[in-house]
Ligand binder design. Sequence first.
Ligand code: ZN
Length: 77
Amino acid sequence: MTITHIPKGSMCTTCTNGSKACADLQFASMQPIQRYPDGVTAVKCTGHSAPAATPPLCISCGARNHPLPDGSLPCGH
Ligand SMILES: [Zn+2]
């Protein structure tokens, strides 16, 4: 099976559901965010669940901050 739609990567790293919850999701029916040069479309994952209490830890600088709506981090990583 060829993958044509994936959740925007940074969403997965902050998702509290983990990869198990992703297995049954229909990414092709979700809102597209970005199209990659290889033809894969990044979508806004409707199954994404961000941690409510503790913001995700940035692996680049160690800051804890909530991701912006586009999936990027306020600290710039
Ligand atoms: Zn950072």
